[in-house]
Design a protein around this ligand. Structure first.
Ligand SMILES: [Zn+2]
Length: 427
């Protein structure tokens, strides 16, 4: 890109820093903990996008439509009141019609800041100290969302004509299973490329693992402990099944690998037994044991194939036990579900971000993968958009004293602005 244009964008972002930081601070002030009302923050964002002359679509998802959508996996216990106070906001900036379109997707909800006594800075005040802006959501993901908005605003102010459409999606529930992004897909939003602005520390994240939660329910037969020969102990019956699954999981943790994770992670496809509940009283033989697991998949693996393998292991283990053969444990998927994502470094979308990164920082970017999964899998596999993650630098995600490095927040705005131009085309 022409050096003069890069310089112009960079200077404009620097000149607007008070406004850019102020807006992010406002977003942090909304205590949008998972499951709370997102009405005010979404109205605030919608108003900002309207002022920028974007076509703003603000709607509350239809819970019935989501229930019928195969991929919506958020537990309904989060929504006793439905979605009336949880609008999704999408702002579309129409390009000249000659370039590729781009979705910039970020979520407004945050995980709880508890325990509060660990915070040095109040999670909702957005204090600034030593070039860092503190607050819950500073990088996950309000910083990324704010940066997307200002990247576009900056291009509008410079007066450059953008080729393709830029679609800013302000969603929620990324932390618990993606209601907002699901709703945008159901509403028909698609683009030639998508970036989720999750906190990637300014790395270009080209791969994410897939994740599945599954549950195994083992039946027993209750009896008074004094006459336990009359019952079947569900805990004892569950243990060999659990052991077989763990052995499978350990094997995967050793052998299932992907080169993109090699530099950063000792284990790629993690296997975690997360809950084990059984019985209710020491003097009763437990009649049920419920075990829940989280299993990760590397890019190239298939969720359905892996789940069938899990079912087979449980079936084979049960076949070796008379009671379990007669009472086969139930194996089911529930909650979190995501397919692994991957995009090549050579894909034009990755190249657009990489070139922009170089133009702003003067250095080549770092590409990575992460062993967690987010809304990106929905954009990549359900909306079929080539997609990657690129977002804020900072620390403290899901911990105390989350912060964004202010200098890099401004750099993110600059890089996203250039990315829009590289990807969507301009005049
Ligand atoms: Zn996030």
């Amino acid at each position: 890109m022409e050096k003069a244009l890069v310089k112009k964008i960079s200077e404009l972002v620097d000149n607007k820093r008070e406004k850019e930081i102020g807006f992010l601070r406002e977003l942090i002030h909304f205590p949008t903990v998972v499951g709370s009302s997102y009405l005010e923050i979404q109205e605030y964002i919608a108003e900002k996008l309207s002022k920028m002359r974007l076509t703003v679509d603000k709607w509350c998802p239809d819970i019935q439509e989501l229930r019928e959508y195969k991929w919506w996996t958020v537990p309904e216990t989060y929504y006793p009141g439905g979605f009336d106070d949880k609008p999704v906001v999408v702002g579309t900036y129409k390009g000249q019609g000659k370039g590729r379109s781009l979705i910039l997707n970020g979520h407004v909800e945050v995980v709880t800041p508890e325990p509060l006594n660990l915070w040095k800075h109040d999670p909702w005040v957005a204090e600034i100290e030593d070039g860092k802006l503190y607050g819950r959501g500073a990088i996950d993901c309000k910083g990324g969302l704010a940066a997307s908005i200002f990247a576009l605003e900056c291009l509008q102010e410079i007066g450059v004509e953008i080729g393709g459409d830029v679609i800013i999606e302000s969603v929620y529930d990324e932390e618990i299973g993606g209601t907002g992004t699901d709703a945008t897909i159901l509403r028909g939003y698609r683009a030639d490329g998508a970036i989720t602005t999750e906190p990637s520390k300014m790395n270009i994240t080209i791969a994410h693992v897939g994740v599945m939660w599954f549950r195994v329910t083992v039946e027993g037969k209750s009896a008074h402990a004094a006459f336990l020969w009359q019952g079947i102990n569900a805990i004892e019956k569950a243990l060999p099944v659990h052991k077989a699954l763990c052995s499978f999981g350990k094997d995967r943790m050793k052998n299932v690998r992907h080169r993109i994770f090699e530099a950063d992670y000792p284990i790629h496809a993690t296997f975690n037994p997360g809950t084990f509940s059984a019985g209710g009283y020491p003097s009763s033989v437990p009649d049920k044991a419920v075990l829940e697991y989280r299993i990760g998949l590397v890019p190239g693996e298939n969720n359905e194939t892996l789940f069938r393998k899990i079912q087979k292991i449980v079936k084979e283990t049960s076949a070796r036990d008379a009671w379990l053969s007669e009472h086969p444990p139930k194996v089911e998927l529930f909650g979190w579900y995501g397919k692994p994502t991957y995009i090549s470094k050579n894909h034009p979308l990755a190249q657009s971000v990489a070139n922009s990164y170089k133009e702003i920082s003067g250095r080549p970017p770092h590409y990575n993968g992460i062993t967690a999964c987010g809304d990106i899998w929905r954009l990549q596999h359900l909306a079929h958009c080539p997609s990657l993650t690129f977002g804020c630098n900072g620390d403290g995600i899901h911990q105390n004293d989350e912060y964004v490095v202010i200098k890099d927040y401004l750099n993110l705005i600059k890089i996203l602005a250039l990315t829009i131009l590289h990807w969507c085309g301009y005049k």
